[in-house]
Ligand binder design. Structure first.
Ligand code: HEM
Ligand SMILES: Nc1nc2c(c(=O)[nH]1)N[C@H]1C(S)=C(S)[C@@H](COP(=O)(O)O)O[C@H]1N2
Ligand SMILES: [Mo]
Length: 400
């Protein structure tokens, strides 16, 4: 009781003279709710598409044999949406923080244990949201200033963010419900007071988000390609009309070791074999139009020609439907080895590609041979392939 009385008395005191005070501006509950709605919708899109990206890249064992290879552009749309939505959220997040930051200085700072916990959860929410968005944006420009794995931290933060957001929504639910609909003339409260300013603010934030999208989305959405001013990649700038994320030189590969007189493809298995490039070219060639969809948000369609992976696996005596480990000649850095689940390995569209857009693959696109599969993240489309290792009949790791 006595504690309660003290807290109540504190509530009646005015803040000290140095305590910040804010007046006016469209920072009323209705503004905050509308911005929160946009932010929440965008975060939900990022969470779902991020989850898809995670599962396609590193599926749990039970899911790997079920992964869908159609639509061929599925990952392209999903990850394009992820990065486009994440970038559009930047102005919305800034506006939301601007609209609520005076509340950081509410008096008294803490009213009760419950109030203290609610405020602490907002601290987690704000920190996680800022970090998630900033890390993502820094990653897509190819800058890695931190020592940790972007992917692991971004993944863990996504769950922290989702949890903090749920707690936050529970706490603010009454305010959200009260201001979900626009106030009508004659309604009580302050909802109508800032209507004009609110409209200007929301229009400004909407215009900022639309502008960010317009100047970046062309990296994945061809109709906007001519507006691609701020995106790190232009979808058709690069050798053979396709961007390159890591060149052969950057991967530590020399022209000599990739030369057709030296290079051989080995496929392991009960009837394992080794072939030269000339022998691969003599096998039946197939052409497929499939996108490269980089996890970093750029993507482009291309026409690939080569040998069906399934045909190579079958010839080596691999069990139908079994997964395959794709091993690149690249020794340095990541993406040298991919585990390809069965559905991709045996899909008729999945190729060990030798040609791109009608020409022999350039060195930087993976000459002499690279993998291209439908509905797969770009990181899994291994270049400079040297070995294919299908899993044994039991499909277990022990067979490898
Ligand atoms: C609300 C904000 C966001 C959430 C909840 C979120 C969530 C996720 C999740 C769960 C993943 C999968 C991570 C994994 O594979 O383990 C992911 C991947 C990714 N996100 Fe976000 N993200 C957000 C914002 C952003 C932003 C703003 C960008 C960049 C502009 C971004 C760029 C990326 C990239 C490049 C990946 C692929 C990582 C990789 O596999 O290498 N994200 N995101
Ligand atoms: N061996 C190897 N394969 C690789 C990579 C790599 O760094 N090494 N990068 C991957 C990534 S991140 C992408 S997006 C695609 C890009 O293919 P491209 O350079 O032909 O456009 O290749 C993938 N294959
Ligand atoms: Mo990529």
């Amino acid at each position: 009781m006595r504690r309660g009385a003290r807290v109540l008395r504190l509530e009646r005191e005015t803040p000290p003279a140095w305590w910040p005070r804010f007046r006016g501006g469209p920072r009323d509950a209705r503004t905050v709710v509308v911005l929160g709605r946009w932010l929440g919708a965008g975060m939900a899109v990022c969470l779902v598409t991020g989850l898809i990206s995670h599962l396609l890249q590193t599926p749990p064992g039970w899911l790997a044999p079920q992964l869908p290879t159609r639509p061929v552009w599925g990952y392209r749309v999903s990850q394009g949406l992820h990065v486009a939505t994440g970038l559009a959220l930047v102005p919305v997040l800034l506006a939301k923080l601007w609209s609520v930051y005076p509340r950081l200085f509410a008096w008294p700072p803490v009213r009760s244990v419950r109030h203290g916990l609610a405020r602490a959860s907002v601290a987690v929410l704000v920190a996680a949201a800022l970090l998630e968005v900033v890390l993502g944006a820094v990653n897509i420009v190819g800058w890695y200033p931190w020592p940790f794995s972007f992917r692991r931290v971004h993944w863990a933060l996504a769950w922290v963010l989702a949890g903090a957001l749920l707690v936050h929504l529970a706490v603010v639910a009454p305010v959200v419900v009260a201001h979900w609909r626009r106030a009508r003339a004659g309604d009580a409260g302050d909802a109508g007071e800032f209507a004009g300013e609110r409209r200007s603010l929301l229009r400004g934030v909407g215009a900022a988000a639309a502008t960010v999208t317009a100047v970046t989305a062309g990296q994945t959405f061809p109709p906007l390609r001519d507006l691609t001013l701020l995106a790190p990649r232009h979808p058709d700038h690069g050798p053979q009309g396709l961007p390159v994320n890591r060149t052969a030189a950057q991967a530590g590969l020399s022209e000599a070791e990739l030369s057709p007189s030296v290079w051989r493809l080995t496929v392991t298995g009960p009837r394992g074999f080794t072939v030269s490039l000339a022998e691969l070219r003599a096998m039946p060639q197939h052409t497929a139009r499939l996108p490269i969809a980089c996890v970093e948000g750029w993507s482009a369609d291309a026409e690939w020609t080569g040998v069906r992976l399934a045909e190579l696996l079958r010839r080596a005596g691999a069990a139908e439907g079994s997964p395959v480990r794709v091993v690149s000649l690249q020794q340095r850095g990541s993406f040298g080895v991919t585990e390809m689940p069965g559905p991709y390995a045996w899909d008729p569209l999945t190729l060990l590609a030798l040609r791109l857009n009608g020409e022999v693959l350039s060195l930087d696109h993976g000459f002499p041979a690279r993998v291209i599969a439908p509905n797969r993240p770009g990181v899994c489309q291994t270049k400079w392939v040297g070995r294919l290792e299908p899993a044994g009949p039991a499909g277990g790791e022990a067979d490898r």
